[in-house]
Design a protein around this ligand. Structure first.
Ligand code: MLT
Length: 352
């Protein structure tokens, strides 16, 4: 079995992969280079840098599994993989603490002007007055997206005595309440929050979801954190809202195109930037590496994967038979989503 590691991974997980499979580590491949070699491999592991597009997948004639060492799957064309009977797995739990802690770090850094004070003091200015901050205590934190990371942020923010409100179209009132979060419509969350933090994927529906219209209804002096995905916030609208005094600060860890080292966000002193460090702790990288390596070894040995995000691996001859049913199931699922009123609480098997 041959495995291609296309993005940097923690050495701890790599050892067991090397003991059980033939591993090639090729980092920073250009799309054409990846297309040229992917046909030699049974599995590929990526983080967020390598784009596993439909074109790449088409060339992966031997591929059985695509593994994403992390949560977000916007760099993997899941539909193309599914159509080709390739399993896609991720590591949805291993780096959530890291991302939640980074969110808290950015929120505190913004509240206390840590970044700006650090730069000016090192430049020789003892500027205590200018950098009086605000406390998190008694402030309202709006959490958009109550998955693993959003829930982790809630647990930590509670320790800072913040009032928690949240929005998540898939979360139930009961779940939100168990986290101490009042579930509100998005517009209400914008109106009431002193801090807003985003924890949701980038999809056609969420791209640019915070723009001029949303900033207009937010509380004056709001501070925003984005440790989720670049592209959720309209950068130009954000800078305008900062210049107009509506937004007091923003902390941005993720960018529409990465790597990113320049642009309007970098020129504004009220914006703190970090280079997609949410999941970058030693612990998280070890966790996600072990999670995907274990799944690859299981799948290549014919066992099920813990975190498969698409259909299980299907042999080509069976895929031929199942494909029309998969298409119908896809359409029925989409239709059910549109017909459904309220939030999904569960699914029942109503066998005929
Ligand atoms: C993730 O989706 O898990 C994070 O963005 C971290 C990463 O890309 O490595």
């Amino acid at each position: 079995m041959k495995v291609l590691v296309a993005d940097p991974l923690a050495p701890e997980g790599m050892e067991s992969l090397k003991a059980k499979t033939e591993v090639d580590v090729k980092l920073g491949l250009k799309p054409d280079e990846l297309k040229a070699i992917i046909g030699n491999y049974d599995a590929i592991i990526v983080r967020s840098e390598t784009q596993v597009t439909a074109d790449v997948i088409k060339c992966g004639t031997k591929l059985q599994i695509i593994a994403r060492a992390g949560v977000g799957l916007d760099n993997v064309d899941i539909n193309a993989a599914t159509q080709q009977g390739i399993m896609v797995v991720n590591a949805p739990t291993g780096n959530t603490v890291a991302a939640a802690e980074h969110t808290m770090a950015l929120m505190l850094a913004m509240a206390r002007n840590i970044q700006q004070a650090n730069s000016t003091l090192k430049a020789g200015k003892w500027n205590r007055k200018e950098y009086t901050g605000v406390e998190l205590r008694n402030k309202t934190l709006g959490i958009i997206g109550l998955g693993n990371v959003g829930s982790g942020v809630a647990a930590r923010a509670k320790g800072f005595e913040m009032r928690l409100i949240g929005y998540d179209p898939f979360a139930s009132q009961e779940y939100a309440q168990s986290l101490g979060i009042a579930l509100l419509p998005l517009e209400q969350l914008y109106k009431e929050s002193d801090f807003i933090t985003l924890h949701l994927p980038l999809t056609p529906q969420t791209r640019g979801m915070i723009g001029a219209k949303e900033f207009a209804i937010m509380k004056k002096g709001v501070r925003l954190v984005n440790c989720a995905r670049g592209g959720l916030i309209d950068d130009e609208a954000l800078i305008k809202a900062i210049e107009e005094g509506k937004v007091a600060g923003a902390a941005i860890d993720v960018f529409a195109v990465e790597p990113c080292t320049d642009g309007i966000l970098f020129k504004n002193d009220k914006v703190i930037v970090t280079p997609h460090l949410g999941a970058s702790t030693r612990e998280a990288q070890t966790n996600v590496c072990i999670d995907v390596v274990d799944q690859i070894i299981d799948v290549l040995n014919g066992k099920p994967a813990r975190f498969a995000v698409n259909v299980p691996q299907i042999p080509a001859e069976l895929l031929e038979i199942l494909k029309p049913y998969m298409d119908v199931a896809n359409v029925v699922g989409k239709m059910a989503g549109q017909l459904m009123a309220g939030q999904l609480k569960g699914l029942k098997d109503s066998a005929i």
